[in-house]
Ligand binder design. Structure first.
Ligand code: SF4
Length: 639
């Protein structure tokens, strides 16, 4: 008997030359085609991973029996358009949607008549069972976690939490091998799981809502997958675990990665989400990665510092005392860390948000804070009607909020993000003000443009960090033609556009390449583009802090020379104070003593970047978590 043709679709954007391998579709395929009946009766013809034009995708498809779409924010609209077209051309073809964007119940089936089956949650077992059902071996209604059409009616089957983790690897089953031959021009990113599931249930996340315990993949499988990626010379490894470092064997996995890097040069970088309750184990992992130049920053996540918001989203955080100790430990070992916050959680106000950022910086987080706008996800607890009603969640559609993806082309099907711009504790204006503060802190403090001033003023004159940045925002608003005033004025207008339903949270600028920039990185780039003008102008603002003139001038000289810019050769300058040593001591969490002594500071750039496009990509995009935008190791000081 002729086998039936199955197609899978998990399209994603390109990030320059880099593409994600379609891991979700691959895991499902690897599991399904390990079943003898599936193998004997179905052919997996292809897994589509690029956003081809609809016509091209259709042309590449022949007599499909079933097409499975893996769906998330970045491909929902595209998948719907493609699925609709397939249904028009092949009315008998089964259209199946799965993935994180498939909400509970039959709503998607009610709205889109071209979809036949939904898989809710994990896909390996139900997808295989659906294929078996079309061989008459099972009834659709007996398969857990499905919604489907039958005789003109819609049904949802019973929920099941999966406990198995003996799933085949898509890498080892060869699901992606041909991509390396067919697309030699692309660099692929490697995503792997060492375990699946999350012990927590944060209301904004659609992962915890799957209600599955942590299940460990066998070490043997993990090691072989890593070997596969090394053999294919993949530079970037991302681990998709929800809480990497939660298990003692995670340190062994890192040892294995380091062993590979030392033997072969691959991987070059490793990134993951670390476990929330940061432990000695995670410190050891961060240290090892850092020593081998593979660290993309250790996460010290909070998401919110407001106890009310934390309770509303079901999140328990480490205490600020513990966080301060951790910061001291990581800073002393010079291991980069970053702290994540989510803007717009219910219960958060401008005051609690500003005070939270202030506490984090005071605790020693000068390296990196990433502040994400809260995205409303249909499969999260926040996605439910009860939650929306209870916390008065209001959302706004914006073009896909995905930094660094290529700009949309003319015929591109737009994707959307739905972000929280209102809650019972935050109105639209407050959302705008919180964002302005967020961008100012990330751009000027954590991307270092005025960081030395903020630290000096806090240490010597008790100026709270947040007061410094609020005053800076006021200054820029009052001086709209300055470099800072212009870019922050543009950001303000774009935020106002967002709440009126016609804005975006990324911007494009040809000077910095053809990628989407989040506002804080865009502001940084635009200011550094006008570096000298910015530092000349900003003196006017800094004077208002009652500095001694010699300290102000010296510190300004030090600050402006520490920012990396394209085509900068060695710089030598003289300061009358020991600023370099003073800040080094402060960064380690100790009290710096400012001493008046002549210092000759030499800044050497060992990796001169020639163009603004390369600067934007390598220093700001790739290098932000490692603070590549500032000279630190290449600075020598003579007294
Ligand atoms: S945010 Fe992280 S810790 Fe919270 S539920 Fe999602 S995966 Fe788990």
């Amino acid at each position: 008997m002729e086998k039936k043709n199955i197609y899978m679709v998990q399209p994603n954007y390109l990030y320059g030359k880099s593409a994600h391998l379609p891991y979700a579709a691959g895991t499902i395929a690897a599991f399904a085609w390990n079943n003898e009946n599936v193998k004997a009766n179905y052919d997996l013809i292809s897994i589509q991973f690029l956003r081809e034009s609809i016509e091209k995708a259709v042309r590449q498809t022949e007599n499909p029996f079933l097409i499975g779409f893996s769906t998330y924010i970045w491909n929902f609209e595209y998948n719907k358009a493609l699925a609709k077209r397939f249904k028009e051309l092949y009315p008998n073809c089964v259209i199946l949607f799965g993935g994180h964007h498939v909400g509970p119940g039959t709503e998607l089936l009610e709205t889109y008549d071209f979809i036949d089956i939904l898989i809710h949650g994990e896909g390996e077992e139900p997808f295989t069972q659906v294929l078996l059902s079309y061989l008459g071996m099972l009834k659709l209604e007996s398969i857990p976690n499905l919604s489907f059409r039958k005789n003109g009616n819609l049904y949802t089957s019973a929920f099941k939490a999966y406990t198995c983790c003996d799933y085949k690897s898509p890498y080892l089953e060869g699901c992606f091998d041909k991509f390396f031959i067919e697309y030699p021009e692309l660099d692929f990113m490697f995503l792997f799981e060492t375990n699946r599931g999350c012990a927590y249930n944060c209301s904004y996340c659609d992962w915890g809502n799957l209600k599955t315990k942590i299940r460990q993949f066998p070490m043997e499988r993990i090691r072989k997958e890593l070997e596969w990626a090394v053999k294919n010379k993949i530079e970037f490894f991302g681990c998709a675990d929800a809480n990497f470092g939660i298990l003692s064997r995670d340190e062994d996995i890192i040892d294995c990665l380091i062993e590979f890097k030392n033997k072969t040069g691959y991987p070059q970088k490793f990134q993951t989400s670390y476990a929330k309750n940061n432990s000695d184990r995670i410190f050891n992992i961060g240290k090892k990665l850092d020593e081998n130049d593979m660290n993309k920053g250790v996460t010290l996540a909070f998401q919110t510092m407001s106890p009310i918001a934390a309770e509303n989203v079901g999140r328990s955080n480490i205490s600020i005392t513990h966080y301060t100790q951790l910061m001291k430990m990581y800073n002393a070992a010079r291991i980069p860390t970053y702290t994540e916050l989510i803007l717009g959680l219910p219960g958060e106000t401008y005051k609690s948000f500003a005070s939270g950022i202030n506490q984090l910086i005071k605790a020693g987080q000068h390296h990196s804070i990433y502040i994400h706008n809260c995205e409303w996800l249909p499969c999260s607890t926040m996605g439910s009607k009860e939650y929306v009603d209870k916390y008065k969640i209001g959302t706004t559609f914006i073009p896909l909020n995905q930094p660094h993806m290529e700009s949309p082309k003319g015929d591109e099907i737009p994707e959307y993000s739905q972000i929280v711009t209102e809650t019972y504790s935050m109105d639209n204006n407050m959302w705008i003000n919180m964002n302005m503060l967020s961008y100012a802190v990330q751009c000027f403090h954590h991307m270092n443009l005025l960081q030395f001033f903020a630290i000096y003023l806090f240490s010597e004159k008790n100026v709270e960090y947040i007061d410094f940045y609020e005053r800076l925002l006021d200054y820029m608003a009052q001086n709209p033609v300055t470099v800072g005033g212009q870019v922050f004025g543009k950001i303000l207008r774009m935020l106002q556009d967002v709440v009126s339903g016609k804005g975006s949270l990324v911007c494009y600028d040809k000077r910095f390449g053809d990628v989407a920039w989040p506002f804080e990185e865009y502001a940084f780039l635009d200011i550094v583009y006008w570096h000298d003008k910015f530092y000349d102008e900003i003196k006017d603002f800094l004077i208002s802090f009652d500095f001694r003139a010699d300290i102000l001038n010296d510190l300004l000289l030090y600050q402006r020379n520490m920012i990396k810019i394209p085509n900068k050769c060695d710089t030598v300058f003289e300061t009358a104070y020991n600023f370099h040593e003073y800040f080094a001591v402060l960064f380690e969490g100790n009290k710096g003593i400012l001493v008046k002594q002549k210092n000759i500071v030499t800044v050497k750039d060992y990796n001169i970047i020639k163009t603004w496009e390369d600067y934007a990509r390598f220093v700001v995009w790739y290098g932000r978590k490692e603070s590549k935008n500032i000279y630190t190791d290449s600075v020598t000081v003579k007294e």
